[in-house]
Design a protein around this ligand. Structure first.
Ligand SMILES: [Fe+2]
Length: 168
C-alpha cells in the first residue's frame, strides 16, 4: 500500500500552467476514476460473457458496447493523468486495489439481474464522474472538468439503456 501511495505521487515536468498543487489533486481524482473505470470495464465484460436467457443476444451486445465505451474512458483518464505530469496507476491490480465499485455478483443467473448489477455499477460510476466535474473545475482545470462532463453524459445514456429494461 505504501508503494502504491508513493507510485501515485510520482510527477514529471510539464509546461501545463495549472499550479503543481492543484494538478496533483486533479491527478488523484483522475487516477481514482481510472481505477473505477478499469474495474467497471472488467465487470461489464463479466456480464457480457455470463448473461443467460431468451434476451441473451441483445444483452450480450449491449454489455459489449458499454465495455467498449469503458475502455475508452480508461484510456482518456490515464492520458489526462500523464498530460498533467502525473503517473497513471493503470494496471488491473492497481485498479482492483483502489476501485470503489462493489465486486460483481457471481450468484446471479436471470438476465434482468445482470442488467440490474451493471446498472448499479454504471450508475455509481457516472454519479461520481459528475461529482468530479465540479471538483476539478474548482481546482482550476476546466479541461478535465470537460472530460468528466463528456464521460458522465455518455455513461448516463447507457444507464438509461439499461434502466429502460427494468421499467415499464
Ligand atoms: Fe465478446
Amino acid at each position: 500500500m505504501a508503494t502504491q501511495v508513493a507510485t501515485r505521487a510520482r510527477t514529471f515536468k510539464t509546461s501545463v500552467d495549472i499550479p503543481a498543487d492543484a494538478r496533483g489533486k486533479v491527478v488523484r481524482v483522475l487516477n481514482q476514476h481510472l481505477a473505477d473505470s478499469f474495474d467497471l470495464l472488467s465487470q461489464v465484460k463479466q456480464a457480457h460473457w455470463n448473461v443467460k436467457g431468451s434476451d441473451f443476444w441483445q444483452l450480450h451486445k449491449l454489455f459489449d458496447e458499454i465495455a467498449a465505451r469503458a475502455a475508452e474512458w480508461v484510456d482518456e483518464f490515464a492520458e489526462r493523468v500523464t498530460a498533467l505530469g502525473g503517473y497513471a496507476t493503470g494496471t488491473a491490480r492497481m485498479a482492483a486495489a483502489s476501485s470503489r465499485l462493489p465486486e460483481f455478483p457471481t450468484d446471479i443467473s436471470d438476465s434482468m439481474e445482470y442488467v440490474r448489477a451493471v446498472a448499479d455499477r454504471l450508475g455509481a460510476f457516472t454519479n461520481s464522474a459528475r461529482e468530479a466535474i465540479e471538483e476539478t473545475d474548482e481546482l482550476g482545470d476546466a479541461d478535465t472538468a470537460d472530460l468528466f462532463t463528456e464521460i458522465s453524459r455518455c455513461a448516463d445514456k447507457y444507464l438509461y439503456f439499461l434502466e429502460a429494461h427494468l421499467q415499464g
